[in-house]
Ligand binder design. Structure first.
Ligand code: ADP
Ligand code: MG
Length: 562
């Protein structure tokens, strides 16, 4: 049975299959390989995923959710039509859609997947991603770091058998920079660094804010629906600047038509802060890798936002090296995940490739802070960027005379104080009462490629060992809860893929109706009603023609706004 590779993105998701030793991106019912990671609940309770849902962000904000990957691994929930959903449940709808598209494409059932996650994802986020897979009826064979997947794809596509890469993955909401070696058929990640809150969305916001300052409007106090419209126009303007040197953002609101003209040069000036943050991420990755830029053979652009000319220009200036684009940057991670899924299936062509992974964060335990006993200090055991699987040992002792019990806290993160890191768990153990410094405790951490951490604490005095396999208890569902939730989610059906083009045009019409005002709004309403009547009365062939006509009419209406 086939295993699929999935890039579950903040903004867009893709699914890739490995067929006849070749990877192929699976098109969705609209014929596109990028499916927006947007979920909308319809009036009848069915679930819309992708481009139609994206239109509904504006027309039905109370029923639609986007960018939920940002909240993976937290307890934050989203209420859609009065129903509460966790980020992993929303993600499971996207995965269900991708699974369905791949099944229709391959003509067989699929139950296993390799899913990519940002290298900076912590354990909570990784577990949440696995759970999303389970909720969608997919066994997650492995989570693969997005830069690992990108490196795998890049090396395959360029057919460069050897080299050191700096992979610059800049998506909608996250930036990952990694240093990757490819030698002797081994792809090894040397260092990763990232920012979970830096992406193309930030450019959209900078443009939207600039528009507001130019026109004495308040961005921060704008109502959500208006803000969504402005951000959409800002994104269009940003995309135009990728293919043209100048773009105009025109917005008709409050009875006035306002506009903002941008060039790539003005955009670069507006985004200095974004570039500064990017620079920090790049420097950390290079520093952790112990490499200089001269030792890097290729700077590889990955992610939709790295298509922007200002990014290539910035990288070239900052690194003094010309970055390269291999294939389409927003498809590279999915291709890598598909290749890896192929490896999992032992396809012969890619059988002999070894992919190593690294632990992107530090794992450690707490030690007493004698100057402030309430704030224990982090003692690192497995340091960030260690190659996985990794097994490391730390030696510790009792903290005061005649101590009879110890609690070994287990933490993840880079901060000095444990309270600022993520607590993964604790091991409780009784020890023999002896003078301070006499107990010999050996703490062994073993961390595998699937993000499972095993901690073993041994007291040499008592010859006693306590072992624990760690899960993120407070956020994880038990087996029974998971089963129950899978059952509950079954009542949400994905909308059928039939007539999806018509649905998209109808959703667009509704979105335009809620955005526009006056005569243009009425015109949008008229086209919408006309199309609805056509769909109700006509044959499939005639409907297809009407959909095209309505699309052209909406295009014209949107054009006339500019
Ligand atoms: P993610 O990995 O977060 O799901 P993607 O790699 O699909 O995201 O990138 C999405 C981002 O790329 C969005 O912010 C989008 O605006 C931006 N993007 C996509 N195409 C272009 C383009 N041609 N020019 C500029 N930005 C683009
Ligand atoms: Mg991505």
């Amino acid at each position: 049975m086939a295993i699929i590779g999935i890039d579950l993105g903040t903004t867009n998701s893709l699914v890739c299959v490995c067929q006849d030793d070749h990877v192929k991106l699976v098109p969705n019912p609209l014929g596109q390989v990028l499916t927006p990671s947007v979920v909308s609940v319809e009036e009848d309770g069915s679930i819309e995923v992708g481009a139609v849902a994206k239109e509904r962000l504006v027309s039905h904000p109370e029923a639609t959710a986007a960018s939920f990957k940002r909240y993976m691994g937290t307890s934050q929930q989203v209420t859609l039509r009065g129903q509460r959903f966790t980020p992993q449940e929303l993600s499971s709808f996207v995965l269900r859609q991708l699974k369905k598209d791949a099944e229709e494409y391959l003509g067989e059932e699929i139950s296993e997947a390799v899913i990519s996650v940002p290298a900076y994802f912590n354990d909570h986020q990784r577990y949440a991603t696995r759970e999303a897979g389970e909720l969608a009826g997919l066994h997650v064979e492995r989570l693969i770091n997005e830069p690992s997947a990108a490196a795998l794809a890049a090396s395959r596509i360029s057919q460069e058998e050897e080299g050191s890469y700096l992979v610059f993955d800049f998506g909608g909401g996250t930036l990952d920079v990694s240093i990757v070696d490819y030698f002797d058929n081994v792809i090894e990640i040397i260092a990763v660094s990232g920012d979970n809150h830096l992406g193309g969305d930030d450019f959209d916001e900078v443009i939207a804010r600039k528009f507001c300052t130019e026109h004495q409007m308040s961005y921060d106090q704008m109502e959500p629906q208006k803000k969504a419209t402005l951000l959409r126009l800002a994104e269009n303007c940003k995309r135009t600047l990728t293919s043209q040197s100048e773009a105009v953002l025109t917005w008709e609101t409050e009875g006035l038509e306002r506009s903002l003209t941008l060039t790539n040069i003005t955009l670069a000036e507006l985004c200095q802060e974004i570039f500064d943050r990017m620079g920090q991420v790049i420097s950390t990755a290079l520093r952790d890798s112990g490499r200089t830029i001269e030792e890097i053979d290729e700077v590889v652009l990955v992610g939709g936002s790295s298509k922007m000319p200002v990014i290539a220009f910035y990288l070239q200036t900052y690194l003094n090296k010309k970055p390269c684009m291999i294939g389409s940057p927003d498809e590279v991670v999915a291709v890598g995940a598909g290749l890896y899924a192929g490896i999992k299936e032992r396809r012969k062509e890619i059988r002999d490739l070894v992919l190593t992974d690294i632990c992107p964060f530090t794992l450690g335990t707490d030690i007493v802070n004698y100057s402030d006993t309430k704030r224990p200090i982090m003692s690192p055991i497995i340091e960030r960027n260690s190659i996985l699987p990794s097994s490391k040992v730390g030696y510790y002792t009792n903290s005061y005379d005649n101590q009879t019990h110890i609690s070994v806290g287990i933490y993840q993160g880079e901060a000095y104080y444990c309270e600022e890191n993520i607590k993964l768990g604790v091991i409780e153990m009784d020890i023999l009462p002896v003078p301070k410094g006499k107990t010999q405790l050996k703490i062994c951490f073993t961390y595998d490629i699937n993000g499972i951490l095993e901690v073993e604490v041994t007291d040499y005095y008592r010859k006693n060992t306590v072992k624990k396999v760690l899960a993120c208890e407070q956020l994880r569902l038990s087996e029974e809860e998971l089963e129950r939730r899978i059952e509950e989610l079954k009542r949400y059906h994905l909308t059928s893929s039939g007539g999806v083009r018509a649905k998209l045009v109808l959703a667009r019409g509704e979105r335009m109706f809620s955005e526009l005002l006056g005569e243009k709004r009425q015109e949008a309403g008229r086209i919408l009603r006309w199309l609805q009547e056509q769909i109700a009365e006509k044959s499939d062939q005639e409907i297809a023609k009407s959909v095209k006509e309505a699309e052209a009419a909406f295009d014209q209406l949107e054009e006339s706004k500019r």
